[in-house]
Design a protein around this ligand. Structure first.
Ligand code: PMP
Length: 401
């Protein structure tokens, strides 16, 4: 059914993922979490087999090896985002990175200030700001989403001029796949001296990101969206001195007395407690993997897949609700069937997609939906997966009629 022009490449890439070659599942839920390539699994396994250690904690070889990988990974993340490694803090994921920034503002803003987010946000980039607003009395403004699934920018300047302390927005929507005009949004914020935080969770696997060029204040992402294991994430901060740690504990101080402490000036002050070393090793290997494959080539492949899915679904009575130019997501709604029923039948047919509100309730509500089915692709998907998807969607119609 689909144009076989790129099958060779995609099958080759699929072969790099044991979870996909050892099963006949059509994995179309990478926007949730990616499968992990063999090279990453091997790197984590080798690290654990050869001796796990806590960086900065021991003088023996396991700890020193862990420290070398830890430092190397920070350099690689810095290269990946085009910044200095002193600006990169490791976190558990995007959620923690955003909470860290929001928490830092608690004592810096008050009821004279405002906070600006968008209606397109994942709850991870909404709830921390709602709580900050409750805690400080600062008003939370929301940039609305239009019926085309784009941000309505008419009032942007007014919102930014309204004593705005920070503007937090997603690079790409996790539910409708819109790529936001991030350069334009950062420039507008700069004109009003407003700090910017970009949620890059959905973007980094499909776009080259250059935080220096962007000139944003914060950029957050999670390792598990770029083929690394879960539980590891990143916060880029243009001026790490402007924020304070979310967690306090081991590994972040110069000196501690009975009654007080002095934090280190190093970026490690944001990384209290023992670091998730298997996560670091996985992220380190995943960054090499992505660099070798080349994000731009990956994106070309994924956009072709998305195009094929759209073309196959358009003639059916499923309604496509994702943005026309989405690079990795096709979201659909059905007037007849509940999204969870669709997902359940698809799962029986070995097609993995996600149904529900996708932790983006305000965005879906703005478009007039409570839930939808999200099909999302990764570099390993092939036309076989798309054929399976379409056959399974046909089955839904016959089962549920
Ligand atoms: N923001 C967006 C846009 C996301 O898609 C996600 C994950 N679904 C998050 C934030 C949260 O990421 P994590 O669960 O890895 O912290």
């Amino acid at each position: 059914r689909f144009n076989p022009g790129f099958i060779q490449m995609s099958n080759h890439w699929k072969n790099l993922f044991p979870a996909l070659t050892n099963s006949n599942i059509a994995y179309l839920d990478s926007a949730s979490s990616c499968q992990v390539p063999e090279v990453v699994i091997d790197a984590v396994s080798q690290y654990l087999r050869e001796g796990h250690g806590n960086p900065h904690r021991g003088m023996y070889s396991y700890s020193e090896n862990a420290e070398a990988i830890f430092n190397r990974c920070r350099e690689k993340v810095a290269n990946f985002l085009n910044c200095q490694s002193t600006k990169i803090a490791f976190t558990k994921g995007t959620t923690e990175s955003i909470n860290l920034v929001a928490n830092s503002l608690q004592n810096k803003i008050n009821s004279d200030d405002t906070i600006l987010v968008t209606q397109m946000e994942h709850h991870a980039n909404l709830l921390p700001w709602q709580r900050l607003s409750e805690q400080t009395g600062a008003r939370l403004n929301l940039l609305p989403v239009t019926q085309n699934g784009e941000l309505k920018l008419d009032n942007l300047d007014n919102f930014l001029a309204d004593n705005c302390a920070i503007f937090a927005f997603t690079h790409c929507s996790n539910v409708i796949g819109t790529s936001n005009p991030i350069n334009q949004l950062v420039s507008a914020a700069k004109k009003h001296h407003v700090a910017t935080l970009i949620d890059g969770a959905q973007a980094v696997a499909h776009n080259k990101v250059d935080v220096l060029d962007l000139d944003c204040d914060f950029y957050a992402f999670s390792g598990h969206k770029i083929y690394s294991p879960g539980g590891i994430g990143v916060l880029y901060s243009r001026q790490p001195d402007s924020i304070s740690p979310l967690l306090l504990g081991g590994g972040i101080v110069n000196r501690v007395t009975d009654s007080n402490y002095q934090l280190t000036d190093e970026i490690t002050r944001f990384e209290a407690g023992s670091i998730n070393m298997p996560g670091i090793v996985g992220l380190d290997a995943a960054l090499d993997f992505m660099t070798e494959l080349d994000i731009e080539k990956i994106a070309v492949h994924e956009i072709r897949l998305i195009d094929q899915i759209r073309k196959a679904i358009e003639p059916t009575d499923y309604k496509i609700i994702s943005h026309q130019k989405s690079k990795n997501i096709v979201s659909i709604a059905s007037a007849q069937f509940h999204s969870h029923d669709i997902a359940s039948i698809l799962a029986d047919e070995q097609v993995a997609i996600r149904a529900g509100h996708h932790c983006a309730q305000p965005c879906l509500s703005a478009l007039g939906f409570k839930h939808c089915v999200r099909i999302s692709v990764g570099l390993y998907n092939s036309e076989d997966d798309l054929n399976k998807l379409m056959e399974a969607l046909e089955k839904v119609r016959s089962y549920l009629k």
